[in-house]
Design a protein. Structure first.
Length: 570
């Protein structure tokens, strides 16, 4: 990547007076621009401020590699807002160390972290502090959510081996574009959409989370399709005023950061106190003119800034909403070339009527249900009269049945809740289910609220909650000895420790017992069915493992488990 004019200025300043003095001088010059009255230099301010930090950090990384004679591929890269060259006075500095070799015991990494994290060595030399997390090439397939989105805007700082390109290529080959889209849209629906509607508020405006990120949600929606840098999307925008509005928000953010160097820990969604404008901040814009201007000039100038700020907030909101909703109107495929589409009403299957054979129709229908479970996205209700039309007449057992059980994400209970709307579907997959769901057991007789199908799904959800809660406790536990011994916690932990076959095999069971009432002995749905014969088709037709089937047979024959639960591959 060629060196920019801003980076050359930083390099020249370092040559003249050293890193620390260069940093102080250049930051002071940048601060002076922020305090000035030019409102069109937001992009120029942030690019220069980013260059100051990137050049100094890059020179340091190069020096450390040389001093330690580290000859393996290594890079320092900027991520997120730093990678977009959008650093303002109170911005976090997002850097990462990239390696193509093992991180454990890496001498260079240990020294970098010693100077940057465990001592003040880096800050004393350069005038600022930052933290860079280490990543190996093999870490890239596991990136999800916010961390994956941060790598979207990765920019090399020091990268003699072209490692950043290799990392981006690895991410492009392994990431899930649809899941990334859902990540962005989830934040849009949970926070940004509502914030976009409140552009006239003056009492509380988080300029990062309710302004900049609103615009970026649209940019990330476009960039995430093929995992390209946001700058590549900036260059393709049809309306230049959209990006100009965003740059103006950057300009105001820099002013607010410098006017009141507020600090504090980030709140939910990553918003910081330094980014929150109150009424006094909206009144302060006249101060940009300086003391040499009279009161009326400052009053009129501030009025103009507020007008432009209101316009910018409206414009970025319209841009983001249009981009995201246009994706849904056109339909977003869950994978390149997939017939499963996410539209405004939910997931649907394109050209669902093309399947004629029962086996093909069943695979098409259950693959749609599997996508819904995996991504946590509802199926378009119209699919009940399209892909699933009269499914109780033709649905057969196919491999997607076991895939629903083994899928580690989503809720199997919700999947069977969807099937329960269509008469006869569960009976076709599990013969005897029709008799089971309409039968009366002890709980139905005592509660008198619902039939056994609904109670079964309640138990499935309870097990799902236990698995999720137990996994969370296992992750946060320092050691097995530190795990709580409270009964409720141990239930969750034990559920989380079940393997895929054990979880998938939990099924309805009730042993014959002549001491029980008739409604308990003869209405289970599997009464008098030879277990070996009943379960035999599920291995070849549904591709359950033999281990899963053997455990299920044992449970039916011996235990009182109720409910069916998904598994999680080990």
């Amino acid at each position: 990547m060629p060196i920019s004019d801003d980076e050359n200025r930083v390099l020249e300043a370092v040559r003249q007076c050293g890193s620390l003095e260069a940093y102080r001088r250049l930051i002071a010059e940048n601060d002076a621009l922020i305090r000035g009255s030019d409102l069109k230099n937001g992009r120029a301010i942030t690019k220069m401020r980013t260059a100051i930090h990137m050049v100094l950090a890059g020179q340091w990384a190069e020096e450390q590699q040389r001093m330690l004679s580290y000859n393996k591929p290594f890079a320092l890269v900027a991520l997120g807002g730093t990678g977009r060259e959008e650093v303002t006075p109170c911005s976090d500095l997002d850097f990462a160390f990239l390696f193509d070799s093992a991180l454990e015991g890496n001498a260079l990494l240990l020294e970098l972290q010693r100077q940057m994290l465990h001592t003040n060595r880096f800050q004393e030399r350069h005038g600022f502090s930052c933290i860079a997390l280490p990543f190996g090439v093999d870490d890239m397939p596991s990136l999800v959510g916010k961390q994956l989105n941060s790598f979207l805007d990765m920019r090399p700082v020091f990268d003699p081996s072209g490692l950043a390109d290799r990392f981006r290529e690895r991410i492009q080959a392994t990431f899930d574009p649809f899941e990334h889209f859902l990540h962005v849209r989830r934040f849009w629906k949970e926070q940004w959409e509502e914030a976009a509607a409140g552009s006239e508020r003056l009492d509380c405006f988080d300029i990062k989370n309710e302004g900049l990120r609103i615009f970026l949600s649209g940019i990330w929606t476009l960039a995430g399709k093929t995992f390209i840098h946001s700058y590549d999307v900036y260059r393709t925008l049809e309306e230049p005023r959209d990006l100009e509005a965003y740059d103006f928000l950057l300009r105001i953010r820099a002013w607010i950061h410098l006017r009141r160097s507020r600090s504090g820990r980030p709140h939910a969604f990553g918003n910081r106190p330094a980014d929150v404008l109150d009424f006094e901040d909206f009144v302060s814009f006249g101060e940009m003119l300086g003391p040499e201007s009279d009161e009326r000039m400052r009053f009129d100038f501030a009025d103009g800034v507020r007008s432009r700020l209101l316009s910018a907030r409206r414009r970025v909101a319209v841009f983001a909403r249009a981009v995201i909703e246009r994706e849904l109107r056109r339909g977003r495929a869950v994978a390149p070339g997939s017939p499963i589409i996410y539209g405004t009403g939910g997931l649907y299957r394109a050209a669902s009527g093309q399947c004629r054979a029962e086996h093909d129709k069943s695979r098409a229908a259950l693959s749609l249900l599997l996508a819904s479970q995996r991504y946590g996205v509802a199926i378009d209700p119209s699919e009940l009269h399209a892909t699933f039309r009269n499914a109780g007449d033709w649905l057969v057992r196919v491999p997607e049945v076991s895939a629903l059980f083994y899928e580690q994400r989503g809720s199997l209970a919700d999947s069977f809740g969807f099937l329960s709307q269509i008469d006869g579907t569960e009976e076709r997959l599990f013969p005897g289910y029709g008799k089971f769901e309409s039968s009366l057991d002890g709980r139905v007789m005592s509660e008198r609220l619902s039939l056994r199908g609904a109670l079964e799904r309640q138990k499935m959800r309870a097990l799902e909650r236990n698995v999720a809660e137990g996994a969370e406790r296992l992750v946060t536990a320092v050691s097995p000895e530190r795990l709580t011994t409270m009964e409720a916690d141990m239930v969750a932990i034990n559920a989380a420790l079940l393997d895929a076959d054990q979880l998938a095999a939990v099924n309805q069971a009730a042993r014959d017992d002549e001491s029980r009432p008739l409604y308990e002995r003869y209405t289970s749905g599997v009464s008098d069915i030879p277990l070996a014969e009943y379960f035999a088709p599920y291995v070849p037709e549904c591709e359950f493992t033999p281990e899963t089937v053997e455990i299920a047979k044992f449970l039916v024959a011996n235990l009182h488990f109720q409910g069916i639960r998904r598994g999680r591959p080990q």
